[in-house]
Design a binder for this molecule. Structure first.
Ligand SMILES: [Zn+2]
Ligand SMILES: [Zn+2]
Length: 107
């Protein structure tokens, strides 16, 4: 990863939990770099095993409709994960998807 011109990287943050790299440049743009997470243990439930939403228990019709809550790691449907929040404790400095249960706790 090489930066050139005026897009100088001023800050880097790497989250071990989900193998994501955040970078911030001089213009205060934050970029998210997704890294391969093979063999890395995470608190996220495997999406393959989930067939119902953790909160409303509605059945998933396709893989695309499954979403991870970035806070609790549970798999929820789009209806139950409409909130986005910054989670500095979990090293998320850009708003990420959280489930309705977590948004109630955090409010
Ligand atoms: Zn749901
Ligand atoms: Zn949650």
């Amino acid at each position: 990863m090489k930066s050139s011109g005026n897009s100088k990287i001023t800050a880097l943050y790497f989250t071990k939990e989900n193998q994501k790299l955040y970078s911030c440049d001089l213009a205060k743009n934050v970029f998210l770099w997704e890294l391969p997470s093979k063999g890395i243990k995470s608190h996220f439930s495997p999406k393959k095993q989930a067939y119902v939403c953790y909160l409303c228990l509605s059945k998933f019709k396709s893989k695309r409709k499954k979403h991870h809550c970035k806070r609790c790691g549970q798999i929820v449907c789009p209806n139950c994960s409409q909130n986005r929040l910054i989670l500095p404790n979990l090293h998320y400095f850009i708003p990420v998807r959280i489930c309705d249960q977590c948004s109630r706790i955090l409010k």
